[in-house]
Design a protein around this ligand. Structure first.
Ligand code: ATP
Length: 273
């Protein structure tokens, strides 16, 4: 990697391979996420997107390669130091007990507290800010098990924000959300990225949302990095056909000019007008 590239790297994934038991899932993935950028991971089902996030968050140890955050190997960071660097919102996170929304968000402060240390004004301020930013303050006394999918997603994001990490890893942050809530959550993440300088790496299934919000995309296929670059460089008909086996037409968004992917049906094509 050229020196100027590594200088601005916030996350470096260096030749990372991962396996579940004897089943290899990622094969020698190398990529870097620049400080302050909004990056997306896209690719077909089972291509290894979640596994890559798990390796970066150190939930899963790679069988080969390493992950560096700010040039430091995450394998050597203590758990609390890592939690102050990286906040993660996993897919379909289960909440085992009936905590209230406020209690869940307060859990985001745990990496900042010493053993048996009570939360102080600084912690309460971070929790209030996270509740306000995600518009979950009105839900604060509600049990988290009684929330809709969209509300729950915002609460889990609030917990990650209360942690005040410098990197946010998000696994399909818009899954189960209607189009209004999709835009609301993506706008929120975008504001955090642009105004608070949080580096974002998000797995996104919706290629059109990915194209609108991400500075750069990483396209995974079969556990390998197939393409990396701006949305216009990655979301081409050829790359999409190679990765997903789908025929598409790429058009420009009429307002923003960013690429938008239109699936092209096979035999069932219906031409109107
Ligand atoms: N805990 C696990 N144990 C065994 N195999 C797993 C486990 N988690 C994932 N896999 C397998 O690893 C491969 C990659 O899974 P991964 O969840 O990383 O893909 P993905 O690209 O995020 O998929 P999706 O888009 O469907 O969420 C798949 O074949 C999956 O079945």
């Amino acid at each position: 990697m050229p020196r100027s590239e590594t200088a601005q790297a916030h996350i470096q994934v260096l030749g990372v391979s991962c396996a579940y038991g004897a089943h290899p899932v990622l094969a020698g993935v190398t990529l870097q996420v620049r400080r302050g950028e909004f990056a997306g991971i896209v690719g077909p089902n089972g291509s290894g997107k979640t596994t890559l996030l798990r390796a970066i968050a150190r939930v899963l140890a790679p069988t080969a390669g390493s992950v560096l955050v700010d040039g430091r190997d995450v394998a050597r960071l203590g758990a609390r130091a890592l939690a102050r660097e990286i906040g993660a919102v996993a897919q379909d996170t289960a909440v085992p007990f009936d905590f209230t929304v406020e209690e869940i968000v307060q859990m985001g402060r745990l990496p900042h507290l010493g053993p048996l240390q009570a939360e102080g004004p600084r912690d309460r301020q971070a929790v209030e800010r996270a509740l306000a930013l995600t518009r979950t303050d009105a839900l604060r006394d509600r049990p988290v098990t009684g929330l809709s999918g969209g509300e729950r997603q915002r609460v889990l994001l609030a917990r990650a924000l209360a942690q005040e990490p410098r990197i946010l890893l998000l696994d399909e942050p818009t899954a189960h959300l209607d189009v209004g809530h999709q835009v609301e959550v993506m706008d929120l993440i975008w504001r955090l990225n642009r105004t608070a300088g949080v580096t974002v790496l998000a797995v996104l299934h919706d290629l059109n949302l990915a194209a609108q919000y991400c500075d750069r995309l990483f396209l995974l296929s079969g556990g390998r990095l197939l393409a990396a670059g701006t949305p216009a460089e990655v979301l081409t008909e050829t790359w999409i056909r190679t990765a997903y086996g789908a025929h598409t037409v790429i058009v420009r968004h009429p307002r923003t000019g960013c690429p938008q992917v239109l699936p092209l049906a096979g035999d069932a094509v219906r031409v109107v007008g």
